[in-house]
Design a protein around this ligand. Structure first.
Ligand code: ZN
Length: 281
């Protein structure tokens, strides 16, 4: 039977009052857990790549409040001196975060000093929630090399923009695989792309497309190192990046070429975006 609308309104009013009262009481009793501040993971990870490479104390835009929450949590675990709680995710904060990851039992890439989803959530227990989560995804085989699914999606989009296939010369998670790479391919997010048969203009086009979808990508020539022509690409904000690759993405934001001499960026200029920013554009 359908109640006349005025009767339904009366029933609703009667029910709502005690329920609302109960909800307020329980939130007060538990300390209002719904009011925890939120850490923006994307902004925090970005700061952790750029800030250690800065020559000055400029803060990464949009990251300060989140980095402060992380730094206070590290300080309260006696992993970071109070004087470094400043919103700047520099070398000392990266080292403190790596120590925290080791304290959780992680080693190798799991203790790379870059906040990952699980470690960040555990650090925030009772203190902050984690928003804008980044996931490198599972490791998959692609053309005979290993990459993660985030990198795989980025490469697929770059191929779509270019309208041509891309061949990988080297993948990720490849420690000691190529001694000329100085550890950059040890972690996730890093690939070398073959430029065999490409003109100089085509190489530049490929590097531009890779940059558009969120890679720090450079055309490498034989006169820059002990390697053949290729494109080296690092997926910005991949939380599995090795330390060396983290430095390269930081240098890319700072207008450098990602080589040990830290020369000026010699690649095509595009608006720098992470993969997640590209997808939201
Ligand atoms: Zn490479």
């Amino acid at each position: 039977m359908k109640l006349p609308s005025y009767a339904a309104t009366l029933v609703a009013a009667t029910l709502l009052t005690p329920l609302t009262g109960t909800a307020v009481t329980s939130a007060a009793q538990t300390g209002g857990t719904t009011a925890l501040p939120s850490v923006n993971m994307e902004a925090t990870v970005k700061a952790a790549q750029i800030d250690p490479r800065r020559a000055d104390d400029t803060l990464t835009p949009g990251a300060k409040a989140s980095v402060l929450l992380v730094e206070r949590a590290l300080r309260d675990r006696d992993l970071l001196d109070a004087k470094w709680v400043d919103g700047y995710f520099g070398t000392t904060t990266v080292a403190a975060y790596a120590k925290y990851q080791k304290s959780l039992g992680y080693s190798g890439l799991g203790a790379n000093g870059l906040p990952g989803r699980t470690s960040l959530a555990r650090l925030g227990a009772g203190r902050f929630t984690v928003a804008d989560v980044i996931e490198p995804g599972a490791r998959v085989s692609s053309g005979g090399v290993v990459i993660n699914t985030r990198t795989q999606s980025m490469l697929a989009e770059a191929k779509r923009l270019l309208g041509r296939p891309l061949v990988l010369d080297q993948g990720s998670y490849n420690p000691g695989g190529d001694p000329t790479s100085a550890g950059t391919h040890d972690g996730g997010g890093v690939v070398d792309i073959s430029v065999k048969g490409m003109t100089s203009a085509t190489r530049t086009c490929v590097a531009r497309s890779l940059r558009q979808v969120g890679f720090a990508a450079w055309v490498r020539s034989p006169d820059q190192g002990d390697w053949p022509w290729h494109i080296h690409a690092v997926a910005i904000n991949d939380t599995d990046l090795s330390s060396q690759a983290q430095h390269q993405t930081g240098d890319y934001y700072l207008g450098q070429n990602g080589l040990s001499g830290r020369g000026p960026d010699d690649g095509p200029k595009v608006t720098i975006r992470t993969w997640e920013e590209y997808q939201r554009r």
